[in-house]
Design a protein around this ligand. Structure first.
Ligand code: AMP
Ligand code: MN
Ligand code: MN
Ligand code: MN
Length: 300
């Protein structure tokens, strides 16, 4: 796979910032391939409108949107790199891990992700059963039928949240999570899955770099060094959930541990969480360090 940085450093054609040579980098974005509400075309259009010049769609456990995002980005003179957000399990808790610059066609990665998505479908069915027993039946059949038809796409709890909104049980996605779907809530269902060390290894074997997503959400600080020893390449320092103090803290952790840095908006097209594309970005100097390491695990 060849990745080419546009000669202008990735700055969008025609954008007013172009003359000033601004590179605006957003490496955490979701599409309809997972729980985002924007199609790849809509995502690229919104990123372009915000002046973003380098993007990575990072859908949960699928690369189904990567090629389409790349095609739309190229048409606008933007650079789109392969991206993903994989859910790992550590100590019984979800740990989100980002991957970049990997080969989306890598067979071992594809097989791993297909298994992750199958686990997601089973879990959604279990959550629907739990909700029914709590007196809140949802219309889960269309969700499961959709998942069976589009196996390259991934489903997750936000789909359940939307069904709960439609049924009138909750007002929005946030309320669905806080009252029913999050860990510790009545309709929470445990998930099975890969440990972070295995996720790092599979991303590397596909030629990619692995970054720890939004660490502030994961209560993981004391174990970042251990993950670095297992090969973790980067930390997502720039994220909507990180205030200035968290950014400074994780910048220091990354520097002390000799790690790279990633960042982005976690755009989902849902006002309940994440930001608009470009709402949280990776500084150009950190992007240049990350980009320079894109072949760290490249085959051959
Ligand atoms: P799942 O993929 O099934 O584990 O669901 C996790 C997804 O739900 C995350 O990627 C978010 O997009 C979304 N999510 C998690 N917590 C919340 C929340 N409190 N409010 C809204 N969306 C959330
Ligand atoms: Mn999500
Ligand atoms: Mn996440
Ligand atoms: Mn995300």
């Amino acid at each position: 796979m060849t990745l080419r940085l546009p000669t202008d450093g990735g700055v969008a054609q025609g954008h007013p910032e172009r003359s000033r040579g601004v590179t605006l980098v957003d490496l955490h974005l979701h599409t309809t391939a997972s729980d985002g509400r924007a199609t790849p075309a809509e995502l690229v259009a919104r990123a372009a409108a915000a002046g973003v010049t380098v993007i990575a769609a990072t859908d949960h456990d699928t690369t189904a949107g990567v090629a389409e995002v790349r095609a739309h980005a190229e048409r606008r003179g933007m650079l789109a790199i392969p991206g993903i957000e994989i859910t790992a399990i550590e100590n019984g808790r979800d740990l989100h891990m980002l991957g970049y610059f990997f080969d989306p066609a890598n067979p071992a990665l594809a097989e791993f992700l297909a298994a992750q998505r199958a686990t997601r479908v089973a879990r959604i069915a279990a959550i629907a059963g739990r909700l029914a027993s709590l007196g809140m039946p949802i219309d889960v059949e269309p969700i499961l039928a959709d998942a069976a038809r589009h196996t390259a796409q991934s489903i997750g709890r936000p789909k359940v949240a939307r069904a709960m909104i439609e049924a009138g049980y909750v007002a929005d996605t946030r309320q669905a999570f806080e009252m029913w779907l999050a860990r510790g809530c009545p309709a929470f269902v445990e998930r099975a899955g890969a440990v972070p060390e295995d996720v790092i290894a599979i991303v590397h074997s596909a030629g990619g770099l692995a970054s720890l997503a939004h660490p502030v959400r994961s209560d993981i600080d004391s174990r970042i060094a251990k993950l670095r020893d297992a090969g973790l390449d980067a930390i997502e320092v720039y994220h909507p959930d990180h205030d200035a103090i968290a950014v400074a803290r994780y910048e220091r952790v990354a520097r002390d541990l000799g790690m790279l840095v990633s960042g982005g908006s976690d755009f989902h097209g849902d006002p309940a969480h994440g930001m608009e594309p470009g709402g949280s970005t990776l500084p150009a100097r950190e992007w240049e360090r990350l980009y320079a390491e894109r072949h760290r695990y490249a085959a051959g």
